[in-house]
Design a protein around this ligand. Structure first.
Ligand SMILES: C[S@@+](CC[C@H](N)C(=O)[O-])C[C@H]1O[C@@H](n2cnc3c(N)ncnc32)[C@H](O)[C@@H]1O
Length: 269
């Protein structure tokens, strides 16, 4: 075996077993399976983790807010780390985690940037609104509006990818918006960005709330988007993570098993 090939196989056989296992899929519950649409975030998180996560995985949710995502998840089976900047947690753009140390990173940044909103009481500042980037200390420096929202998404995704193990999952919540009359396809832009940080889009889920609050607009020029998305991204794609040719999958599984034996007695090095 060539030295570079051996190094590649060594990297593969060092892949985290929980992540390799999760690549083989999960049983479909109740004969229905894990669904790609739900009417609330908590149900969707339960579907996504039920399919892709495994007990024992290290999960980091650095923008956890009130924690609605975790309502239907058995948090005891994971090594779960939740924090939020507004409650003294680290900035999700610069996490105190080592490179390649987590199996799953969950990101739910504020998805809109509105300085004021007109209500029955007149114009009010949108402080203390967890969905608004104006709240607290969360502004991306020097930017405003949609640019600030997207800059924060890109920064936290880049940081999340750094912290993820190869084969780990980045779960990103987002919503398309209309800014200055222009439709912003946020989920499409973030999918494109994922490939620049070594992540592959492996799934997409939609949350469609059963009730939509009334709009104050009298005239409408685009369909009103009440739905939002969960992007499921994977660092290095599916197993063998980061290896380009999927035609070599079975060959690599055999090779990595035999390499594991060789490595344990040190002969490959
Ligand atoms: C949309 S909310 C998250 C809601 C949460 N997923 C839930 O289930 O309740 C966004 C949260 O991100 C936090 N946040 C904003 N910027 C942050 C940053 N740079 N680092 C860490 N947290 C941040 C906000 O304080 C807010 O609580």
């Amino acid at each position: 075996m060539e030295r570079s090939e051996a190094a590649k196989v060594l990297t593969l056989c060092a892949s985290d077993t929980l992540l390799v296992e999760s690549d083989s899929g999960a049983p479909a519950p109740d004969g229905r399976g894990h669904l790609s649409a739900a009417t609330d975030n908590a149900s969707m998180m339960a579907h996504i983790l039920g399919l892709y996560a495994r007990p024992g995985m290290t999960i980091v949710d650095p923008m956890t807010g009130p924690g609605a995502f975790w309502r239907y998840v058995d948090t005891n089976i994971y090594d779960l780390h939740r924090s939020d900047l507004s409650r003294g947690g680290p900035d999700a753009r610069c996490l105190p985690w080592l490179d390649e140390s987590a199996h799953v990173v969950v990101l739910d940044p504020p998805y809109r940037y509105v300085e004021t909103m007109s209500t029955k009481k007149g114009l009010v500042m949108l402080e203390n609104d967890i969905y608004n980037l104006e709240s607290g200390r969360t502004q991306a420096s020097g930017l405003k509006g949609h640019d600030a929202v997207m800059a924060l998404y890109r920064d936290v995704m880049t940081e999340g990818a750094r912290v993820l193990k190869l084969g780990g999952y980045l779960i990103v919540k987002c919503q398309d918006t209309i800014t200055d009359g222009k439709q912003q396809w946020v989920h499409v832009d973030l999918m494109a960005y994922a490939s620049t940080i070594g992540c592959e889009v492996i799934d997409l889920a939609v949350v469609t709330p059963s009730q939509v609050p009334p709009t104050r607009w009298k005239v409408q020029r685009s369909l009103r988007k009440s739905h939002s998305y969960f992007l499921v991204l994977r660092k290095g794609g599916r197993w063998p993570f980061g290896y380009k040719s999927i035609s070599k999958r079975s060959q690599l599984r055999v090779a990595s098993a035999s390499a594991a034996a060789t490595v344990s007695c040190g002969r490959l090095l």
